[in-house]
Every structure is written in structure tokens, then in C-alpha cells.
Ligand binder design. Structure first.
Ligand code: SF4
Length: 449
């Protein structure tokens, strides 16, 4: 852990400069290594029912679809905009071959996922026939009979009525619409493929055919965002009454089109709002949703009715579930080992076609790192129970993480009361950068990607 607080005030960043700040996992991906892949293969060969804790571990699946109609200028994922239908079909075959190998492994055989998540890229890029081919094959290999939640990310411009019906019919319970903004000029200048008309049509039809949950994604601080435009976007989002809203603050990682333009122009500061402004915009959005009864449930989400609207995938991801991830560049966690697949299309497909697991790097976190990961991800939800972590990891988090908690407390970002360790609204709006206070010293220096 880090030592006692070294600054009386947090080291605030103002301008948006290039780099990732979002904490999605721990230890950082840069510490997952090809030489640890053998640890993952060994975990797959261990029968899972050896320990009580393993029997109770939640199991789910993640499927990565790396295709998009167009590359957004802020996108930092590996996506493909030029694959023809035979290459897409080849990819779907590879996904099923990969799953077929896993389904026979002692650690997976006979397990039934509780959740399935289709992420990307753009899963809704696939046609109804392609989607049915993929999901029928998946269900044959690992039964969906205990699946409680199927999440599906969609780009509004890809959603015809026919496709939305097909997505609903294959069992999707949570449709996640990548809206990002409602203003056509902002969408265009940021390289999004869809426009506001397509959002309205897709949302209305998705509601009509009864998806149990619809989440919409927004981004605060896109290129050319203004206070007025953001307020209009929030008003339109409020009018839709989605079940949940995810709001990201624009960041500009190095592998984005925006960064390439900055570099070409010799600029260090990204052409987007500064961090204080982005936080204020997200806070404004939270306030507008709270006025109509929504609850802030994390640094990035508001939910209409937390008693009804659950997100099992995120709960599993944050609490160390076994997540069998397939597809190029996807990352998962099984039997205590994190792993990530090859992040280039052809090496991924070639490995699978040669009967190999396409795993590129892995990491077995130590017990302390597992604790740290779960605790940090828990703080992203705004409030955690000390007792829960004490029972799970054997040490009270107020002891285990005394120094970074003291730092956050000294900065005024914690609300401690009894069993709860809470984060203030101001803290929640910048939680990802605050979490770096918890990192082990060797991980603070590592590239976070
Ligand atoms: S739709 Fe998403 S994954 Fe595709 S290019 Fe845009 S940001 Fe990247």
C-alpha cells in the first residue's frame, strides 16, 4: 500500500491530456504477461468442484464482437470497419471453436452461465441470421437454462425493427444503447455512425417490444460539447425514462483518432472540456435524473429503480466471478487467473483454427491484489460494507487499506459511518483517478493499458 498521505490536497488535473485514467481492472493490464499463460491453462485443467468457494463462484460469459460501421474518433478499442461477410462468418466460426475447446475443460465442463454479455465493437453490427447462428451454437455448447441476464451492446443506427425483434427473441434482457449524445453535429464531428433520428426510432421500438431493461450510454465532454448542448442532451435522455443511464467522462487514450490529430498538430491538451467541466456536466445530469426519482449507483450510472434494475454482469465482474470471455482481445477471469486473448484479428482466428486457445497474456493475482481489486471496484459503486470485505478476505479493509483511506478522507472524499465506507458525490465523480492512491507502488509506475 502507499504510505501516509503526502499532499494535503489531491493532485488535481485540469486539462484533458492524452492517456487512460479509467480503472477497469487490477493489477493493470500492462502486468499481464505471455509467460503466465501456462498458469491459466493449468487453472482450466483443474476440476472446479474442489473447494466450497469455487462451488459458489458465479459463472458468466463475455463475447466480443469487434466490428463497427465506422471508427469513432475517441475510440480506443481494436475495431474493424472493413470486414466482409465471409470474414465475419469466419470470426463467428472461430468464436464457436474457441468455446468448444473451453466447454470440454474440467474447470468449465457442465457449468451453466448466469449471465451472458455481448460487447464490442458493435454486437448489433451482426445480422439476425449471424446472431442466431452464433447464439444457437453457444447454447449448444453451454446451456443457457440458468441465464438470468443477457446484455447486448447496440449502436442505434444498426437497429432495424427486424433486427431488434431478433435480438429480443434470442433472449436479450438488457439492451445497452450507445447513444453518447443527441446532437447531430456533435455525433458527426466525433465520428459516430448514427444520428438522432435513428436513436428515436430504435429506442421507441425497443420499448414497444418489451426489453426488460434498456440502458443508454452518454459521454460528457465530446469534441465541441457546450453547456447548452449538454443540457439539451440530458433533457432528451430524461424524457426517454431509460431503466439506467451510463455516463462516461471523455478521456483521450493514445490510440484514438483525436490523439493522432493532437500529435500531428504538436498539441498536448485534447480539444475537449477540462476535467472540472466534465465533472460538473455529469453532476448536472445526475441532478436532473435525481429530480425524477433516479438513484446514483456508481461514478458512471444512474438507475430508475435499483430494487428492480440489477446488473449481474457488473456485479460479477467487480466481485471476482468466473467470466469465460471469447473473441479477439477479450479479457476474462477463471479459477483465480486473469487472461486476455490476442488483440489482432488474424493471430486470434489462426490460433483457434489450429485448435489452440488464443490466449495472449495472463496473470494470477496474489491474495492481496485480489482484495485490492475488489475493494477498489466496490468503491466505484459509491459505498461499501467493511463487514462484507472482512468476512470475505479475513482483514478489515479499514486496516488493510488504512493509508489510502486516510488520504481520501483527508481530502474530504469519504463519508465514514459505522460499517459503511462511502464516497462523497465529488469523490465519486473523480473516483477513477482517486483509486490510483490504492495501487501498489510498482503498479503506479506501470502503463495502465
Ligand atoms: S461504436 Fe464503440 S467500439 Fe465502435 S468505433 Fe465507436 S466507440 Fe469504438
Amino acid at each position: 500500500m502507499s504510505d501516509v498521505p503526502t499532499t494535503a490536497t489531491p493532485p488535481l488535473r485540469h486539462e484533458t491530456t492524452a492517456g487512460n485514467y479509467f480503472v477497469a481492472n487490477y493489477p493493470p493490464f500492462a502486468f499481464w504477461k505471455p509467460e503466465f499463460v501456462g498458469q491459466f491453462e493449468a487453472a482450466l485443467d483443474r476440476p472446479r468442484l474442489t473447494l466450497d468457494s469455487q462451488r459458489s463462484t458465479i459463472f458468466g460469459q463475455y463475447v466480443h464482437i469487434p466490428f463497427c460501421r465506422k471508427r469513432c474518433h475517441f475510440c480506443y478499442f481494436k475495431v474493424y470497419t472493413d470486414k466482409d461477410s465471409s470474414e465475419v462468418r469466419g470470426y463467428l466460426d472461430a468464436l464457436l471453436s474457441e468455446l468448444n475447446v473451453y466447454a470440454r475443460k474440467p474447470a468449465i465442463r457442465g457449468r451453466k452461465p448466469r449471465f451472458v454479455y455481448f460487447g464490442g465493437g458493435t454486437p448489433s453490427y451482426l445480422s439476425p441470421d449471424q446472431l442466431n447462428f452464433l447464439t444457437d451454437g453457444m447454447k449448444r455448447l453451454l446451456s443457457w437454462e440458468e441465464v438470468e441476464e443477457v446484455t447486448f451492446e447496440a449502436e442505434p443506427g444498426t437497429l432495424t425493427d427486424h433486427k431488434l425483434k431478433a435480438i429480443r427473441d434470442l433472449g436479450v434482457t438488457r439492451l445497452s444503447l450507445g447513444i453518447e449524445h443527441f446532437d447531430d453535429h456533435i455525433l458527426e464531428i466525433n465520428g459516430r455512425a448514427h444520428r438522432s433520428k435513428e436513436i428515436a426510432r430504435a429506442y421507441a421500438f425497443a420499448r414497444e417490444i418489451g426489453f426488460p431493461q434498456i440502458n443508454i450510454d452518454l459521454i460528457a465532454g465530446m469534441v465541441e460539447e457546450t453547456e447548452d448542448k449538454w443540457r439539451e442532451t440530458v433533457a432528451k435522455a430524461v424524457a426517454l425514462r431509460p431503466d439506467s443511464v451510463t455516463i462516461y467522462q471523455m478521456e483521450v487514450p493514445f490510440n484514438t483518432g483525436i490523439y493522432q490529430q493532437m500529435k500531428a498538430g504538436g498539441k498536448l491538451v485534447a480539444p475537449v472540456a477540462d476535467w472540472e467541466t466534465k465533472r460538473a456536466w455529469v453532476n448536472y445530469a445526475y441532478g436532473e435524473f435525481e429530480k425524477i426519482g433516479y438513484t446514483v449507483t456508481s461514478g458512471t450510472t444512474v438507475v430508475r429503480d435499483p430494487a428492480q434494475v440489477k446488473f449481474i454482469y457488473r456485479a460479477g465482474l467487480f466481485s471476482g466471478a468466473d467470466i469465460l470471455s471469447i473473441g479477439v482481445a477479450s479479457f476474462g477471469h477463471l479459477g483465480g487467473v486473469h487472461y486476455q486473448n490476442h488483440h489482432e484479428f488474424q493471430p486470434y482466428v489462426d490460433a483457434v483454427n489450429n485448435g489452440k486457445l488464443p490466449v495472449y497474456r495472463a496473470l494470477t493475482p496474489s491474495a492481496e491484489e485480489r482484495y485490492l481489486r475488489e475493494f477498489m471496484l466496490g468503491l466505484k459503486l459509491g459505498s461499501v460494507s467493511a463487514d462484507h470485505y472482512t468476512k470475505k478476505f479475513g482483514v478489515d479493509p479499514r486496516v488493510q487499506f488504512a493509508a489510502p483511506l486516510a488520504t481520501l478522507s483527508a481530502w474530504g472524499f469519504l463519508t465514514n459511518g459505522g460499517d459503511r465506507i462511502g464516497v462523497t458525490r465529488e469523490g465519486l465523480l473523480q473516483i477513477d483517478r482517486l483509486l490510483h492512491e490504492f495501487f501498489e507502488p510498482e503498479h503506479k509506475t506501470g502503463r495502465y493499458a
